[in-house]
Design a protein around this ligand. Structure first.
Ligand code: FES
Length: 183
């Protein structure tokens, strides 16, 4: 049985998607559908995928980049599973928000704007999150944490690491039917 790399399998799946969708759509709809599929498949839109789609659909790469950057749903870089927003508004700042931020950087070994090596966490700062009376505040995806102290940061992060372990990945390579697959 031949062993495929994960990337090869994903490109084969993309190719198959385009082949199956082509008879059903005009080029613009096909392009939009293909970009959605690519975002799901890879978790972002890699440059190589844009070149592949451009060649398959005979659409200039500049047009594809235009669409990818126009719609928020698409991303040219891998997105972390959990985006952490630390409030840097005045109330949070004077209540120790900066120390929380430093503890997060230390725990995740990243700076603001970066993604952790495991792809799980992204770190960013934000303006007032609207609950200044409960400062300092941070948000992880939809979850808001109030009166955060630096000592709590490792426990909070550990919770999300555990969630990841029990969560099924949205795209598992083994689920793809691909042309070279043998029983
Ligand atoms: S300043 Fe942080 S919630 Fe308002």
């Amino acid at each position: 049985m031949r062993k495929e790399s994960e990337t090869t399998l994903r490109f084969e799946a993309l190719n198959k998607f385009i082949d199956q969708s082509r008879p059903l759509h005009d080029t613009q709809s096909l392009l939009m559908g293909t970009l959605h599929y690519t975002q799901e498949l890879f978790g972002y839109i890699p440059r190589q995928a844009i070149e592949f789609i451009s060649e398959s659909l005979k659409v200039p790469t500049a047009h594809i980049y235009g669409m990818v950057t126009f719609y928020n749903y698409f991303s040219l870089k891998p997105r972390p599973q959990y985006q952490i927003h630390v409030c840097k508004g005045t109330a949070c700042y004077v209540s120790g928000g900066a120390r929380v931020l430093e503890r997060l950087k230390q725990e995740l070994k990243i700076e603001i704007g970066e993604v952790s090596d495991d792809g799980l966490f992204g770190l960013s700062v934000t303006r007032c999150l609207g609950c200044c009376g409960l400062a300092p505040v941070m948000q992880i995806n939809e979850d808001v944490y109030v009166r955060v102290v630096p000592e709590k940061v490792p426990t909070i992060i550990a919770t999300y690491r555990k969630k990841k372990l029990s969560k099924k990945m949205p795209v598992a390579v083994g689920e793809f039917e691909h042309p070279g697959k043998s029983e």
